[in-house]
Design a protein around this ligand. Sequence first.
Ligand code: TYD
Ligand code: MG
Length: 455
Amino acid sequence: MAKAKRRYVCQACGGVSTRWQGQCPDCAEWNSIVEDAPATVFSQKHNLSSGGRALEFVPLNRPTELPVRKSTGLAEFDRALGGGLVPGSAVLMGGDPGIGKSTLLLQTAATIARGGNDVVYVSGEEAAGQVRLRASRLGIADAPIRLASETSVRDILTTLGREDPPALMVIDSIQTMHSDTIEGAPGTVSQVRGCALELIRFAKEKGTVLVLVGHVTKDGSIAGPRVLEHMVDVVMSFEGERSHQYRILRALKNRFGAVDEIGVFSMETEGLEEVSNPSSLFLSGRDQALAGSAVFPALEGTRPVLVEIQALIVRLQSGATPRRAVVGWDSGRLAMLLAVLESRCGLNFSSAEVYLNIAGGYRLSDPAADLAVAGALVSALADRPLPDKSVLFGEVSLAGEIRPVAHSDLRLREAAKLGFARGFGPSDAKTGSSKLDYRGLGQLANLVDHVMGSA
Ligand code: TYD
Ligand code: MG
C-alpha cells in the first residue's frame, strides 16, 4: 500500500524538511520553504531486487563518436560553452530577471534557424506578439523560428512528438512551465523538476538541444536554477549589473568542456554585442596616471581581462568612526589588506575613510588582485600616482609578503598588448617573452617604498 506523507521543500536549494520552518536548515535562506506535493512512500515488501530487466555492460574503451557541436553564431557564447551546443544535451541558462537571457537566446535561436535548422522557441513569460516585437528590434524578425507562447509541457511535447524533432528548443522559462501530472503551482520545486525531467527526456531521445531559462530570485518565491543543476549537462550563468552595459556568460558546470571560460557581451539598444577585447571595456578612458588608481590584469579562465581599481582616502578631522565602502571586491579582504598595510608597512588608515571601486561594475574574485588594490590604496594615501603605464598583480599574505599567482605570463602579455610598459608582481613570477619591464617585489613594503619613495 502506498501512503502519502507531507513534506516541505526549500525553493532555493531543494532541501526537504518534515515540517515548515522560517529558515532553511540546509542553505539558510529565509521564507523559502513551502509545502510540496506528497511523496509516495512504498512499504518494504516492494523491493527492487527482482522483476527488472538484465543490463548489458559495455567496456570503457569502445570507440565513441565525438558529438558534433552546433555553433551558436556568437563566438563569445561558443567560447563559454567550450565550442558550441551539443545535440541531445540540456543547457540551463540562469541569471537575474532582466539581465538579458531572453535576448541572448532569441539572437542565438535566430542564427541557428537561419543556418537551416528547425528551431522552436517557447515563451511562457511573454505573448508571441511581445517576442515578435523584440525580434524586430533585434533585426532578426525574418529568421524562421517557430514561436509559441505556451506553459503546458504536455501540449508542447504532444505537438513536437507528432513531427520531426527540432534541432534546438528554447524554454523561456522553466519556472513558468506546468505539468498536469504534478501537484502544485508553476515555479515550485516539484513542478520545475518534473517539467525539466520530461523536457530533458525528450531532448535526449530525439537529439534536440534543449535550453532552459532559469531565473534566479533572491526571495525564494520560485524555485531557483540550483534545483536543476544535477539534471542538466551544462549550467551557464549570465551575470552583470543591470545598470552597466557589460554582461558575462560563465559556465558553472559543463559535461562537454572546461568551466573556466567566459564570454563577454555588452547590452546595446539593438541587442547583445560580443566584446572580443574585454579589457577595453573595463579600462575607463585612462590617458594619464591618477592618484588612487591601479590597473590589475585579472584572469577569467584562461582569458586575461584588465580592470581598473580606484581608491579614495578621506582624512577625518573628528573622532567619528571612519567608513569603509567597497564596490566589486570583498570587504573582508579589504580590511585584511588595510591591516597588513598598517602593521607591516607602517601606514596609518585608522582615522581615514576608505572607498574602493572596481571600474565598469566588474566583480573581482581573483586573489591576485591584492597587490593592485594595495597599490591603489597606497597611491591614494600618498596622493601620488603609481608609475605611468603600469600593472600590478600578486597575492598578499598576512606577513606582508607578495605571493606567486597563476599565469603571470598571460597577464603580462595582455598588458603589453594594450600598451602597458611596466609590471609589478611576485619576485619569482614567470614573465614569458613579454616586452614589459617587469619588477618582482618580495614584500608589500617594497611597493610602498616605490610609490612613496621615488618621485
Ligand atoms: P531580457 O532578455 O528580457 O532579460 P531576461 O530574459 O534575462 O529577463 O532583457 C531585458 C533587458 O534588456 C531590458 O531591461 C531591456 C534590455 N534590452 C536592451 O537594452 N536592448 C535590447 O535590444 C533588448 C532586447 C533588451
Ligand atoms: Mg526573459
